[in-house]
Write a protein that binds this ligand. Structure first.
Ligand SMILES: Cc1ncc(COP(=O)(O)O)c(C=O)c1O
Length: 380
């Protein structure tokens, strides 16, 4: 054995893959853990979605390899979703690529654009996969700070002051995980103008657009955005389908084709039943999202009560699946989370998992029943 690849030296095991083993150990030891650590929706997909996959898997003809770019009905449903939800026109034959979740799209898109030594602008705090994928590809993540004082929006003056000559991709994500910050179209416009000016591909990661957000947004609502941006989207959060692994990438034909070339060498398409279930989910109307959001809204209020008990701060006007709690001055995030875990059996995520700007913050997931949140409140 001549050893592992160089790239592994710069890559750590994903935080949750490590921490969840510890939490599983505590559960096995009989600890009554309340799991507020991860954004995996606990609800079922709509009954019609279950019916669609069930019917599909019962058909013996539906178990073979599927088209690399998804079945046409799925691409059409994705394009229709963009039209009905965001008022955005997408050509289903050339501008949309079904993915096995948006997480894999981060890898595929990065593989299509990045060479070793290239730089990638990533939000700090932000979804850790942006930087770990860059590192796996021997590119360099360049974190840009998102501060509460700036509504967790990028500071474009600070960005302009950087040497951007080697930056090829900028990741942005609104509604933002983990802070829940929302964007407006003006922010999208500024992001697009910045990336256009510096010839950077903007990848907008949009899996939370329908979670506790009154007006779901897409970067493509802006004129000319396809020249500069790609958008990742997902059924994981808004359709209760995280384990199904269905997402999508939307953008101009030339870029989608390049990324599809990468992807076609890495997997061989999703089970037809998964795709047919996804078609059904994408066609669900306002009622589905309203019901889902009523549930998350009620849970969020209870999390606020829990935070009031702890004496931690939070912002009310946020979207997405999490509450971003501010610790009292000087309290370290990992210490606060370990204390909750070991003393109260409540599992939460330290903000530092999302970057250095997450110090002093703890992320609470809304994927926990009201009963469990109430029990957590009682434990305090
Ligand atoms: C910001 C963000 N992007 C992407 C993902 C990946 O979602 P999926 O691969 O399930 O579509 C997540 C999941 O937690 C996320 O928080």
């Amino acid at each position: 054995m001549k050893g592992f690849a160089e790239r592994l030296k710069h890559t750590e095991e994903y935080y949750f893959s490590k921490k969840l083993k510890e939490v599983q150990g505590l559960i096995a030891a009989g600890k009554p853990i309340i799991h507020m650590g991860i954004g995996s929706p606990d609800g079922m997909p709509d009954a019609s979605v279950i019916q669609a996959i069930t019917q599909s898997v019962e058909n013996p003809a539906n178990h073979g390899y599927q088209a690399y770019q998804g079945i046409p009905a799925l691409r059409l449903a994705m394009a229709d979703f963009y039209q009905s939800q965001y008022g955005v026109t997408v050509d289903h034959t050339s501008e949309v690529l079904p993915l096995m979740g948006s997480k894999e799209g981060i890898m595929h898109a990065s593989l299509a654009f990045l060479n070793p030594g290239d730089q990638v602008l990533i939000p700090n705090p932000g979804y850790p996969t942006y930087s770990s994928v860059a590192r796996l590809l021997q590119a360099e993540p360049v974190p840009y700070a998102l501060k509460v004082s700036h509504k967790y929006w990028p500071d474009f003056d600070a960005l302009e002051a950087l040497d951007l000559s080697k930056v090829k991709i900028m990741f942005a994500n609104y509604p933002h995980m983990p802070t829940g910050a929302k964007a407006d179209l003006q922010l999208f416009e500024t992001l697009l103008a910045f990336c256009q000016k510096h010839q950077i591909v903007l990848i907008h990661d949009n899996p939370y657009s329908h979670v506790l957000e009154e007006q779901p947004k897409s970067i493509f609502q802006l004129e000319g955005a396809k020249k500069v941006a790609l958008e990742l989207n997902s059924l994981s959060k808004s359709s209760n389908m995280a384990g199904w692994r269905v997402g999508m990438l939307v953008g101009k034909h030339e870029w989608i084709q390049a990324i599809a070339t990468v992807k076609s060498n890495m997997d061989s398409g999703m089970l037809k039943g998964v795709q047919e279930g996804a078609v059904q989910a994408l066609g669900l109307g306002k009622d589905w999202y309203q019901e889902l959001n009523a549930q998350y809204g009620a849970r969020k209020k209870l999390i606020f009560q829990l935070l009031d008990k702890l004496g931690w701060g939070y912002s009310r006007d946020t979207a997405g699946l999490f509450v971003w709690a501010q610790l009292p001055q000087g309290v370290a995030a990992t210490k606060a989370c370990d204390q909750l875990l070991y003393e109260k059996n409540i599992f939460t995520t330290p903000g530092t998992v999302f970057g250095s700007e997450g110090e002093g913050y703890v992320r609470f997931s809304l994927c926990v029943t009201e009963e469990k949140i109430q029990e957590a409140i009682n434990r305090l």
